[in-house]
Ligand binder design. Structure first.
Ligand code: OAD
Length: 242
């Protein structure tokens, strides 16, 4: 099929879907200038995200981990949602409670665009959690002190992010499971499809009978199992679906 025919087919499938779910990854924010995790732009000094985004790394060297998050917060504070984020807001407006967005991104750009029906399954970089009393609070201070502490109990704060080796929040897992199993179309945008549980959502949706459409710059481990795979930039392709 030509690119145009693929897009027409994706539009038609979406238009006839009763209930939809959208799964996004770093690729959707790449078009807003946010570095992705894997690939040439994904590097920070000589570290990989997997070596910093762990409870062990934070225990070993909280200063280094906070330095990394402060660096990312500084970058993210300058970024705006792009037309792909905006289109997903329109999907929410049109499908209402028959639409759910699942994002692996912690950048907050979906919320900034106006999405409300979403699970930020890896957390949000603008939220911190106390390692002592567990209180979770919003925080947009830039930069945070290199070792920020809780106003209430003075224990060390940590980013409210789900790190490698940690479990997703129960409520998020429940919402995602419900959205994936009940949708009749899943749109997967800009994820390399290698980090679980999100990496399993496309096959879960297929098993439950949904049609799966993928949008990515390149092919991924999921491309063979999806029904339609559209290659290109999220900011160009996602708006064409509506
Ligand atoms: P990755 O960095 O692994 O993958 C980004 C994907 O986006 C790749 O498949 C790219 O081909 C694609 N891509 C890049 N630019 C794009 C564009 N303009 N339009 C469309 N696609 C584009 O990011 P994720 O899959 O989101 O976890 O990574 C999953 C998780 O691993 C992240 O949430 C993070 C990371 O470590 C935590 O922080 C816990």
């Amino acid at each position: 099929m030509s690119d145009n025919a693929l897009i027409q087919s994706a539009r038609a499938q979406l238009a006839s879907a009763r209930s939809i779910a959208v799964l996004t990854g770093a690729g959707i924010s790449a078009d807003s200038g946010v570095p992705t995790f894997r690939g040439a732009d994904g590097l920070w000094r000589n570290y990989r995200a997997e070596d910093l985004a762990t409870p062990e790394a934070f225990e070993r060297d909280p200063r280094l981990v906070w330095e990394w998050y402060n660096w990312r917060r500084e970058i993210l504070a300058t970024k705006q949602p792009n037309p792909a984020h905006d289109t997903i807001v329109k999907l929410e407006q049109q499908w209402g409670d028959r639409m759910w967005l699942i994002t692996q991104n912690v950048d907050g750009l979906h919320r900034a665009a106006g999405s409300q029906r979403l699970s930020e399954i890896h957390g949000n970089i603008w939220t911190v959690r106390c390692t002592g009393c567990g209180v979770i609070s919003g925080n947009r201070e830039i930069p945070l002190p290199i070792l920020p502490t809780c106003r209430l109990c003075h224990a060390l704060l940590r980013p409210h992010i789900v790190w490698f080796g940690e479990s997703l929040w129960e409520e998020d897992l429940r919402r995602c499971d419900q959205a994936i199993r009940s949708c009749d179309l899943l749109l997967v945008v800009g994820t390399s499809g290698v980090v679980y549980p999100a990496a399993g959502f496309a096959s879960m949706a297929k098993e439950a009978g949904a049609l799966v459409i993928e949008i990515n710059l390149e092919s991924t481990p999921q491309s063979d199992l999806v029904d339609l795979s559209l290659q290109g930039r999220a900011k160009d392709l996602v708006p064409l679906l509506l």
